[in-house]
Design a protein around this ligand. Structure first.
Ligand code: ADP
Length: 296
């Protein structure tokens, strides 16, 4: 029997550099994390943080300068690791004159599936990703959002144990995002492990168990998603003090109660309270500033 709680992804002190004119450019700087079976991890951070680079190393497309990466306890790029993995790249470039169905036959075949299996699997898969009946459409006639759906179909075709998705909902409109979230939730329910990068707070909130935030190649925060959301959910209190309307924003139930008490005891009159959510981008900036301020 396999040890079922052994990490599916294990990254240790990863350092990755790109060659640049002025010397080496360090894109990932001493990153370590693990992903356990069944976990759904949001890999978040501003543009240029090093997310795609880390993912390319996980896939075996790039080699680290130092540190180690294991997938299924194997080297990235090992045939067995590839077989058990589905990947959605940040930019999906497919042959424009290929039909969606043909592309899926190609990728399914590369994953070791037979034509007979694929004949059953592909129509179901197209339906699942919201492309029912579009199998014969040429990829060049698909919008960016539809191409992203094909990309997701390609990633999950062989029902992999582990999914690595770079910019999951890129190019999708709100309906597309909603559909995709349902697909991901089904995969999660079925016990699949998902590691994805995203800019969408609501996506991170609904799908993830845990988030790993990076900035300038370093992990700046690793936390259960519920912890991440706490400071993001704000309470706004509208009140009147000395005849002047005012608003205060606080995060967390404790602070909310304390602030209400403070307003009332100092003679204010509470008019109403609201909840509001800050954007993930605002939160990145706050965490990153705090981190840089601490001198690391
Ligand atoms: P993210 O996915 O978080 O947006 P990336 O991993 O794409 O970040 O990029 C990390 C850093 O590496 C950035 O500073 C980016 O400019 C640089 N970088 C990415 N790809 C290359 C490349 N092919 N050559 C040189 N520098 C690169």
């Amino acid at each position: 029997m396999n040890n079922s709680s052994a990490p599916l992804i294990e990254v240790r002190n990863l350092v990755v550099e790109y060659a640049s004119r002025g010397g080496a450019m360090r894109a990932v700087n001493d990153v370590s994390f693990t992903v356990l079976p069944g976990e759904c991890i949001g890999f978040i951070g501003p543009n240029g943080a090093g997310k795609s680079t880390t993912m390319k190393v996980l896939l075996g497309f790039m080699f680290p300068k130092s540190g180690s990466v294991k997938l299924f306890n194997r080297e990235p790029g090992a045939t067995e690791a590839r077989r058990r993995l589905g990947y959605l790249p940040e930019v999906t470039l497919y042959y424009p004159f290929m039909k969606a169905k043909e592309l899926l036959f190609l990728y399914g075949g590369l994953q070791g599936m037979t034509r007979t299996q694929l004949k059953v699997r592909i129509p179901k898969l197209l339906e699942e990703v919201g492309l029912a009946g579009r199998g014969d459409t040429l990829l060049k006639n698909f919008s960016k959002g539809m191409q992203q759906r094909v990309g997701i179909a390609q990633a999950i075709i062989a029902d992999p144990e582990l999914l690595i998705l770079d910019e999951l909902s890129s190019g999708l409109d709100p309906v597309g995002r909603h559909d995709l979230r349902d697909v991901m939730l089904e995969l999660k329910k079925a016990g699949r492990t998902i590691f994805f990068s995203s800019h969408e707070l609501s996506e991170v909130e609904t799908l993830c168990d845990r988030v790993i935030m990076i900035n300038k190649g370093r992990v700046v925060l690793e936390s259960p998603v519920a912890e991440l959301m706490k400071p993001l959910n704000l309470f706004e209190i509208d009140f009147e003090q000395d005849g002047q309307p005012q608003t205060r924003s606080v995060s967390g139930a404790e602070k909310f109660n304390a602030t209400l008490a403070e307003i009332i005891s100092s003679g204010g009159r509470v008019i109403g309270t609201r909840t509001a959510t800050r954007s993930l981008e605002d939160y990145f900036i706050e965490i990153i500033r705090g981190h840089e301020g601490s001198g690391r």
